[in-house]
Design a protein around this ligand. Structure first.
Ligand code: AMP
Ligand code: GLY
Length: 421
């Protein structure tokens, strides 16, 4: 079967790498892809937010299955257009993608489903939002309602920070995404990510992970898209996992089906765990990046069978073959990220890295120029490895990261510190 993956980051390189190992895949095209993906698949330039253009491209290339990597095409209804055209697609409808695209929608669904999450209120003007903050006090969490590329959340430790965030959001810092603001109770605890597949009805747990969002070691400094991740997450014990499924995930999926907007794809469940009890922080309607790199390293070729089963409504008969292993992804970023950084810098040492089922250098923001790999984004590479223990996975991932010749590339040296003790 010919397969099309939409996206061009480290997540999509990892998806492409797993899909290519499955003999069901005859030809793989990734749009737009990146320099690393181009080494294993065909890359195509295509407006992936334009559902009509994606359908035309899929038909011209006899694509039998489309995997949507990022949230933006899902929120734009690209999966709906593909399904209308009779093309199998992994990823939710525009209506179900609101679980990521609108925080107040998610809160309403959680309330209707009885899923534990932070107490919340929504506001469409700054004065009433500020009055709420003054009445409640800090710490408190202020969120732009819509998609803000992971930057629309302020965890305010003081009232002043919360008031400033409200001014920013209603002042247009996040455009239309900030026209409505959600204010939440602050939840203490340890965070973990739980990934489940859903075919609209059946839920199949796929794996757990923890990521490091801050740029600095010891989890300090500004937030990023994620500087590293590892799987599984030790805090996700069997009991916590079961509680998350029974109290949060299954009721939410049932509520989505009851509303006539069943969810199909991967649900990224962001949890806060305190005293063994999980509460929902957020949903995303796609794999996390770099969590996906660690998950794909563990799942390998079966990832394609599982995604196909989700798309075709066959999850009830699907099984995940677990290896009792661990994986880690260490992100190499351009110096200066998440602020301003240089692009077009030559990255050496990549040719010598073969890659196998235990370690792989996934590309994110890379491009090819005159036969050389150059940086083309903030997060540039993801050194990913697995092992029998997390310590073994870490040793392999860091050996890979160290082999890169890129003087102005930076990476955290402490990925996994919480789990490694
Ligand atoms: P979100 O984009 O909703 O995942 O929020 C980004 C990050 O903000 C999360 O990963 C948490 O670390 C933090 N966060 C969000 N909501 C809360 C909350 N209610 N209490 C504490 N931390 C939160
Ligand atoms: N690593 C977090 C995310 O993909 O949203």
């Amino acid at each position: 079967m010919n397969i099309l993956i939409l996206g061009g980051g480290g997540r999509e390189h990892a998806l492409a790498w797993a899909v290519m190992q499955n003999p069901k895949c005859d030809r793989l095209i990734v749009a737009p892809g990146n320099a690393g993906i181009a080494m294993i698949a065909d890359c195509a330039s295509l407006d992936i937010l334009d559902g009509g253009a994606v359908v035309d491209f899929a038909e011209e290339n006899a694509i039998g299955f489309v995997i949507v990597g990022p949230e933006a095409p899902l929120a734009a209804g690209v999966a709906d257009r593909l399904r209308e055209a009779g093309i199998a697609v992994f990823g939710p409808s525009e209506a179900a993608a609101r679980l990521e695209a609108s925080k107040s929608f998610t809160k309403e669904v959680c309330d209707a489903a009885g899923a534990p999450t932070a107490g919340w209120a929504r506001f469409t003007d700054a004065d009433s939002a500020k009055a709420h903050v003054r009445a409640t006090g800090a710490p408190i969490v202020v969120k732009a309602d819509g998609l803000a590329a992971g930057k629309g959340v302020t965890v305010a430790m003081t009232e002043g920070e919360a008031l400033a965030a409200i001014d920013d959001m209603f002042g247009g810092a996040f455009g239309a995404a900030g026209a409505e603001v959600v204010i939440e109770e602050f939840m203490a605890g340890e965070e973990a990510s739980f990934f489940v597949l859903c075919d609209g009805e059946t839920v199949l747990p796929l794996g757990t992970a923890q990521d490091h969002k801050r740029i600095g070691e010891g989890d300090t400094g500004p937030n990023t898209g994620g500087m590293g991740a590892y799987s599984p997450a030790p805090v996700m014990t069997e009991a916590v996992t079961e509680a998350a499924l029974e109290r949060i995930v299954r009721p939410t999926m049932a509520e989505m089906a009851r509303r006539g907007t069943p969810f199909q794809g991967v649900l990224f469940v962001g949890l806060m765990i305190a005293d063994g009890a999980p509460r929902l922080v957020e949903y995303n309607v796609r794999f996390g990046d770099p969590e996906c790199q660690a998950l794909m390293m563990r799942l390998g070729a079966q990832a394609l069978d599982l995604m196909l089963a989700a798309a075709e409504g066959r999850l009830a008969e699907a099984r995940v073959n677990w290896a009792d292993d661990h994986a880690m992804c260490v992100v190499l970023a351009a110096e200066g990220y998440p602020g301003s950084y240089a692009k077009g810098e030559r990255i050496g040492g990549l040719e010598a890295l073969e890659g196998d089922s235990f370690s792989m250098m996934f590309h994110a923001g890379t491009a090819e120029r005159d036969g050389q790999i150059v940086s083309a984004g903030g997060r540039v590479l993801g050194a990913t490895a697995r092992g029998a223990t997390l310590a073994e996975a870490r040793a392999r991932a860091y050996a890979l990261a160290e082999a890169v010749d890129w003087p102005r590339g930076v990476f955290r040296r402490d990925i996994g510190w919480r789990a490694l003790g």
